[in-house]
Design a protein around this ligand. Sequence first.
Ligand code: FAD
Length: 337
Amino acid sequence: MIKQGVSLKTYNSFGVAAEAALFAVAKTIEDLQFILKDQRFASAWILGGGSNTLFCETPKTPIIQLAISGIEITEEQGDEVVIKAGAGVNWHELVLWSLEKGFGGLENLALIPGNVGAAPIQNIGAYGVELQDVFESCTLVNRNDQSVETYDKVACQFGYRDSIFKRELKHKAVITDVCLRLKKENYRLNTSYGAIAQLFTSKGISTPSPKEIADVVIDIRTTKLPDPKQLGNAGSFFKNPIVDHDQFEQLKSSFPDIPHYAQSNQNYKIPAAWLIEQVGLKGTRKGDVGTHKHHALVLVNFGNASGDDIKVFSQMVQQAVEERFDIRLQPEVNFCC
Ligand SMILES: Cc1cc2nc3c(=O)[nH]c(=O)nc-3n(C[C@H](O)[C@H](O)[C@H](O)COP(=O)(O)OP(=O)(O)OC[C@H]3O[C@@H](n4cnc5c(N)ncnc54)[C@H](O)[C@@H]3O)c2cc1C
């Protein structure tokens, strides 16, 4: 269960070389509790699929990989069903499993890399849907005393790419399974996202099935996003910044064309990709690190970049955007250094 000197290169979607002095795999809650009781793992880094993690060359912390498997139906009532999946289940496999059963709710979240246990951490989202829209609860192990607790949607305090696990519970809890409430019929489908809506209109489909939506999402993602197996990356490197009304008005007076999305509380979300493009950094390369030529927000490893190289490059991007727009981009990616 515990190994020494493990290469992390294949455990992160950036494909950067790094080595963990200590590496443990938890296949059950009991494994996890046992590992957490070992003082050497007191401050260990929790690893899922490594698709949102940037490793420095020598992470100072040991690693615990969550490999708890299993998907089951725990409740069925009327047109709803609750499913439970272990933290180590691959997210996209869960989506495919749910679609095969005819369940709706996860279709827009198809093909997001990573594992189930990490999904609540940043409230994964894509194409107009977020995890919180289907989230029922999750089980977590408290790292201090190894007690097991259940957190419901309210307790998780979800926000845009955010949850309690990125704030008060950061490094304090390990998610071991996630329960999702899906629909067996009377689906609540979301086809509002531009590219999805256009495709269905052009195909003359007015009420697509969850599977048809997932197929379109998979098509769009496969053609548009760089595959980490070909080009190391972690998807969006930064979150889209949210500014308040006053800051937005100032920005708009200086940059009348600034794209923006009004939020519920008089705040505005600004696409980080646009900000990066405006400072001339779309498709820029320094050594083996750069921004993708079609996606300014995606930082890529062209070959042999180290985690530190990527970190330094990301800081250069942050600085350039801040100097021009007075906005500090916040990384979506988690640094394990
Ligand atoms: C090509 C590409 C496209 C992407 N597209 C999207 C997208 O559309 N939407 C989106 O939201 N994200 C996207 N991402 C980011 C990524 O897929 C998600 O953040 C995903 O949830 C990460 O899962 P993981 O298992 O790989 O997490 P990891 O990288 O292993 O971990 C991420 C964080 O969660 C913590 N963590 C992991 N598992 C647990 C656990 N069981 N308990 C407690 N903490 C844990 C880790 O310590 C780390 O801080 C994309 C990434 C790539 C590479």
